[in-house]
Design a protein around this ligand. Structure first.
Ligand code: PAF
Length: 286
């Protein structure tokens, strides 16, 4: 495994692999790797000749009052994890390698980015799409791997790839959870013991919605109300959003028909966590 810090180095390594006809899987990350990231790297390992993991805490996807400075970082541990999982190359640039002082070109999107997380994080997806575009140009992957926990991120990246004709496959990988149901996230490390317990309201609210649907309820407003009630019963929790939306357009639905995305964002103390799942309307529901 090699680690490179500059765009020139990774580009020349990628050109070499491409000349040899090797396929490349890219796993973009912000580091502090957990089992969710590991599942992406493992899948990339199975499906490609070469695996690149990028580790870059991308400053332009954080809002001015967000956690850029405190975002957890541990390159030595990440590097060991990548090595154990068979990564060929870690791309670990510093911000000034990715963004020149006079950087002024961004990739942005309408509609999909104004929903869900976009409401409280208005510049977030512009930052994500810009850095992901840069990584796609730099690493030229055949496939790029993203977690389904960030369902909106996955949807906007898929749309960007389609709209801007990027020649690669976007692979979404299932959410990895702790044994008690909490979705794995680098931000879980911010939680103290009490908050960690309180954080279970995210997965519990999703389960409550699922149960109601299985019992025959298809009205989105009633399902959302039941999900909100679970979260509102927890004093440490403050809802950012609880929504049932169409998985492609991310627009709210009024009835569950086919599959819809149930998505929640909740502050536990000062930590903002997200979770989601697909709600599937099954035969026999009313
Ligand atoms: O999901 C993440 O970790 C980041 O948003 C990503 C895709 C690596 C872009 O910085």
């Amino acid at each position: 495994m090699i680690t490179v810090n500059t765009v020139n180095e990774i580009v020349s390594q990628v050109r070499h692999w491409k000349r040899e006809g090797q396929t490349i899987g890219l796993v973009p990350t912000m580091g502090y790797l957990h089992e969710g990231h590991a599942s992406l790297i493992q899948r990339a390992r199975r499906e490609n000749d070469r695996v690149i993991v990028s580790i870059f805490v991308n400053p332009i996807q954080f809002g001015p009052t967000e956690d850029l400075a405190s975002y957890p970082r541990d390159f030595a541990r990440d590097s060991q994890v990548c090595r154990e999982l068979g990564t060929d190359l870690i791309f670990y640039p510093q911000p000034d390698e990715m963004y020149d002082a006079d950087f002024c070109t961004y990739v942005d999107m309408d509609v999909l980015t104004t929903q869900l997380c976009g409401k409280s994080r208005p510049t977030h997806f512009r930052g994500v799409l810009t850095v992901v575009s840069k990584l796609f140009h730099i690493a030229c992957p055949d496939r790029a791997y993203f977690g389904e926990k960030d369902a909106q991120q996955l949807a906007v990246i898929r749309r960007m790839v389609r709209d801007l004709n990027f020649d690669l496959e976007v692979v979404g990988c299932p959410i990895v959870r702790e044994a008690d149901g909490l979705a794995k996230s680098s931000r879980n490390t911010y939680l103290n013991e009490t908050e960690r317990k309180a954080a279970l309201v995210l997965s519990r609210s999703i389960e409550a919605g699922k149960k109601l649907l299985a019992a025959g309820e298809k009205d989105a407003a009633r399902i959302v109300a039941a999900m909100r009630a679970v979260i509102e019963a927890e004093p440490l929790a403050r809802i950012d959003y609880v929504e049932l939306v169409d998985g492609d357009s991310l627009q709210p639905v009024s009835t569950v028909a086919g599959t819809v995305l149930a998505a929640v964002a909740v502050y536990i103390g000062t930590t903002r966590l997200i979770d989601n799942t697909g709600f599937v309307e099954t035969e026999g529901t009313k």
